[in-house]
Design a binder for this molecule. Sequence first.
Ligand SMILES: NC(=O)C1=CN([C@@H]2O[C@H](COP(=O)(O)OP(=O)(O)OC[C@H]3O[C@@H](n4cnc5c(N)ncnc54)[C@H](OP(=O)(O)O)[C@@H]3O)[C@@H](O)[C@H]2O)[C@H](O)CC1
Ligand SMILES: [K+]
Length: 504
Amino acid sequence: MYIVTAKEMYGIDHYTMQELGVEGKLLMENAGRAICLKLENLIEKTSRICVIAGSGNNGGDGFVIARTLLNNNYHVHVVQAVPDEKITGDALYHKNLYKNCGGTVTVIKEAEIIRELVSDADIIVDAMVGIGIRGKLREPLAGIVRFLNQTEKFVVSIDIPSGLPADEGLTDFTAVEADCTFIVGAPKTSAFLEHSASFYGEWEMVSIGFPPLALRKYSKRMLWNEGNFQESMPKRKLNSHKGDHGRGLVIGGSTEMPGSIAMSVKAALKAGSGLITAATTEKVIQMIAPVSMESTFLALSEKNGYLANHTFPVDSYDAIAIGIGMGRYEETRDLVRYVLEQAKCPVIIDADGLYHIKSDLSMIKKRSDPTIVTPHPGEMAMLLDISVPELLKEPFRYAAEFAGKYNVYVVLKGKYTIITAPDGRQAVNTTGNPGLAKGGSGDVLTGISLAMAMQDQSIFEALCNACFIHGKSADLLVANEHSFYDLLASDVIKGITDVYRTFS
Ligand SMILES: NC(=O)C1=CN([C@@H]2O[C@H](COP(=O)(O)OP(=O)(O)OC[C@H]3O[C@@H](n4cnc5c(N)ncnc54)[C@H](OP(=O)(O)O)[C@@H]3O)[C@@H](O)[C@H]2O)[C@H](O)CC1
Ligand SMILES: [K+]
C-alpha cells in the first residue's frame, strides 16, 4: 500500500484522469460507493445519518455517500457548511444527483446551528474538507469541528479528518478527532505522524480505481505489511547449511552494559543467521557466555571496562552490527572508525555507535558498502543537531535528507518506524505495540536486522522485514499470553518462532 502527500495524490488523480481518461465524477462515485459499503457494516438499518459537506471534492464524496445511503433506504440529511455558489464541478453534479433522488440539504452560515441540526443523528459523516485544506480552518467549519470534538456521536471522516493537514510539517491545527476515517485511494502521510495519527481514529483505505502504475509513479513511500513480508522474505532451501545463512559479527558491550550484546546475538541467531560472533571485552564474554551458548566469541582490548582501539580481521563476515552497549569512551570511537573503514559488508550502527559517528559523519559517508543507522528519535535528533519535537514534525523529510546526504539506510524507530533507503524510498512498519517501549527492544531489532541483512534480499527489504518481524513477534505475544506491561525484550526474541511459523 502506497503512502502519499497531498501533492502526490493530486498527481495520481491528474494522471488517472488525463492519461487514462477516467473522469473525476467517476472517481468520486467510486469513492462514495466504496465508503458506503464499509460504512453499512458499522451502522444499523435504522441509523440516522447526517453528512456535513464542504465546498470541494471532499464535499462531493459526501453527496455520493448521502445519495447511496438514501437509495439504500437509510435516513440521511445533508448539512452544507458553505454557500450554494461554492459547490461547483463534480461536487455540484453529485449534489444534483442526490437532490434528484429526493435528498434534502440544509445550508448553514454559522456553526452554532449545527448542534440543533444533528440532534437526532446517530452518525455524523465529516465531508467538509480533505487534502485541499489550506492554512487553519476558517469559520464556520472551525466551530463545527469544535462541536464535533465534544459530541458523543459517532463521527466518520472522509479521506482525512477535516482540518488535518495531509502532510508533515504543521502541528498547529483545528481538526476533527474522528472515531473512524475512510481514506480515499491511498493513506496520507499524516496518518503516520505521532502528533496527527490519532485524529484519524480507526482508519481503513478504500480503492477507487487508481492503477498501481500511477501510485508507483508518484509515490516513493509505502506501508510494509504482511503481504510485503510474505512476498519478499526469502524461502529456506531444504538442503541449505549454516554458511548459507550468513556469518555475522556483533561488536559492543561493556562491563556496565553486558546484557545488550547478548540480546542482539540471540535475536540474530533466532531470526535465522547461520553463525554469530560476539566481539566484546574478556569480562563481558565471561558474563554472557552462559546465556549465549550458540555463538562464538572474540575478545577485544579494553580500557576501564570499555572497548578500546583494536584492529582485527573484519573481512570474513557477511554483515556486522556495532554499537550496542559499548559506551561513549573516546578510545571506543577509534574501534568504530576502524570497522567502518575496513568492513566490506553491510554494517549496522546502533545505540552508542551512533554517538561515536556523530563527531565525524564522514566515517559513514566514505563507505561504499551498505551502511545502516538505527536511531530512536533522540539519537536521530542528536545526529541532525535538532530537537526531538523538531524531528517529529517532519520525520520523513529528515530521515530522507540524512539517508541521501550520507548514503545510508535509516531505520528511524518509533510508534511508526520509518525505513529509508539512500535513494529516498521509504516504508512505514505496520507491526508493534506499546509493549516494545522497554529496555533491550532496540538490541533485539538490531540482531534481527543483522540476520535479515545476510539473507538473500535487498537491504531495504531486509530492514523492512526486520522491523516487521520484531513488531509482529510483540503483537502475537500480546494477543496470546502477554500484555503491554510484562512484555520483555527476551520474550520478543522467543516470539520470533511464532512469526516464522505463522507467516513464512
Ligand atoms: N484523487 C482523489 O484523491 C480523489 C479525491 N476526492 C476527494 O477530494 C478531496 C480533495 O478535493 P479538493 O476539492 O481538491 O479539496 P477539498 O475538498 O479537500 O478542499 C477544498 C475546499 O476546501 C476549502 N478550504 C480550503 N482550506 C480551507 C480552510 N482553511 N478553511 C475552510 N475551508 C477551506 C476550499 O475553499 P476555498 O474557499 O478556500 O476555495 C475548497 O473549496 C479528497 O480529499 C477526497 O476526499 C475525489 O472525490 C475522488 C478522487
Ligand atoms: K473530511
